[in-house]
Design a protein around this ligand. Structure first.
Ligand SMILES: Cc1ncc(COP(=O)(O)O)c(C=O)c1O
Length: 428
């Protein structure tokens, strides 16, 4: 764990609440943040796309390959037993992180996209039929739209979408009317990767369950930034990506409520997911391995476990508070720039640490290039894999800054400086 937490009793920091995190100290845990461009240390604000990796995670992966590498669940020898224990230990960390009831409910996947496809493929094909409805929202990432589009087309089911109000908040009154006894599933993001809006997943879960539907939560932008309790949310499915929470790319997880998972047919077929195979049929392994065919990303899972240790060491509630404060600062600071449009709820307590914006007279891509070249600030520009939302906002693209544990107010200042430079260059 890092030195990042201010030791509240021993070293109170004037003007800082006890327990507040110190991003300047946290930065030291992330080797890539030592990089400089044009003599300036990098300001990394593309966190909704992927986060940087702390040394603790990098070392956990290296240690695994240097000391423990073997395939899991197969070997009778000690190295394989150790590898299996490390891999299954990581699963327990994910379980605790999400407060799932049992490790049987945690499936390792490649990330949120694969998790949602697993739900659409394995649960969807067994449970959705012609005339059924799947309820989504207008703010979803493509990975929470396209799998359902494929399923709906195949089954003759209909897709409906909860609309947004002008602040980018879901209209729950309309949601209530859209849910009916034909609704099989409501699938919704907990935090928008464009607007930052935090959706009231618990309320939506209640609406879904009252109508006899299940609820699937896209947790790609929430799990890294706030404490998640799948039992408190009362969700049936919850998807996350490791790489958005300090872990490596290529690893993620899917939580499925056990009573739902027990009735689901497998996703992929192959090794490890079987109990017995005959020439013409097979029987399935126990949960959760029934849903993990083939050799998994063992080192990735161990890296995810290390990332969870790292984030829990800092404290998810502290991370959330830090990002809330930083977002409030960013909304104020960027809001002062003439010609800027900020998207999403104006109230920082209703949003995660994502701020999307456009500047009159400067295309979002030019903005991203200029803030990088002039100020070494990494932001994203584009449709953010949310083209229907861009359509709803009536824009082709936005620029987007997203914050994490290692970001601070000075990073926002540097971004603002870069935006002003871009305005100067474009004479707007
Ligand atoms: C809200 C949301 N859902 C899903 C995804 C897809 O995640 P991944 O590419 O890690 O599968 C993202 C990635 O940006 C996202 O922001």
């Amino acid at each position: 764990m890092s030195l990042a937490l201010k030791q509240t009793a021993a070293s109170p920091v004037p003007g800082k609440k006890s327990g507040e995190i110190d991003p300047a100290a946290i930065r030291k845990d992330f080797p890539v943040l030592d990089r400089k461009f044009g003599g300036k240390p990098i300001v990394y604000l593309d966190n909704p796309a992927t986060t940087q990796k702390p040394r603790a995670v990098i070392e956990a992966i290296t240690r695994f390959y240097e000391t423990t590498n073997a395939n899991v669940h197969r070997g009778a020898y000690r190295l394989a037993e150790e590898a299996t224990a490390a891999y299954e230990g990581a699963r327990e960390k994910v379980r605790a992180f999400l407060n799932a009831a049992t490790v049987e409910e945690i499936i390792f996947t490649r990330g949120t996209t694969e998790s949602l496809n697993l739900v659409a493929y394995a649960w969807g094909r067994a449970n959705v039929k012609s005339g059924d409805e799947i309820l989504l929202t207008e703010m979803e990432h493509h990975s929470n739209l396209v799998p359902w589009q494929i399923l709906a087309k195949e089954k003759g089911a209909a897709l409906k979408h909860i609309p947004l109000d002008p602040d980018g908040v879901l209209d729950l009154a309309v949601a209530g009317k859209l849910i009916s006894d034909r609704t099989r599933l409501v699938s919704v993001t907990q935090v928008s990767n464009v607007l930052g809006t935090i959706n009231p997943v618990k309320d939506i879960a209640r609406l879904a369950h009252d109508a006899g539907a299940l609820i699937c939560v896209d947790g790609a932008q929430s799990a890294p930034h706030m404490a998640v309790d799948v039992r408190d949310l009362d969700c049936d499915f919850f998807a996350l990506s490791g790489h958005k929470m300090c872990a490596p790319t290529g690893i993620g997880a899917l939580y499925v409520r056990k009573s739902v998972l027990e009735k689901m047919p497998p996703f992929h077929g192959g090794g490890d997911m079987i109990r017995q195979v005959f020439l013409d049929h097979a029987t399935w392994n126990d949960l959760p391995w029934k849903f993990e065919a083939g050799t998994p990303d063992i080192a990735g899972a161990i890296g995810l476990g290390a990332a969870i240790d790292y984030l829990r060491g800092i404290g998810l509630d502290r991370i959330r508070e830090h990002e809330k404060t930083l977002t409030a600062y960013a909304l104020r600071k960027l809001g002062e720039i003439p010609g800027i449009t900020l998207y999403g709820p104006p109230d920082p307590s209703r949003r995660g640490g994502v701020v999307s914006f456009n500047v009159d007279g400067v295309h979002a891509h030019d903005l991203a290039t200029i803030v990088d070249r002039e100020c070494a600030v990494a932001i994203r520009a584009g449709h953010h894999c949310a083209q229907p939302l861009m359509e709803r906002l009536k824009v082709a693209a936005t620029a987007r800054a997203g914050f994490y544990v290692y970001n601070m107010e000075a990073d926002v200042d540097r971004l603002a400086e870069g935006i002003l430079k871009a305005k100067e260059i474009f004479k707007t």
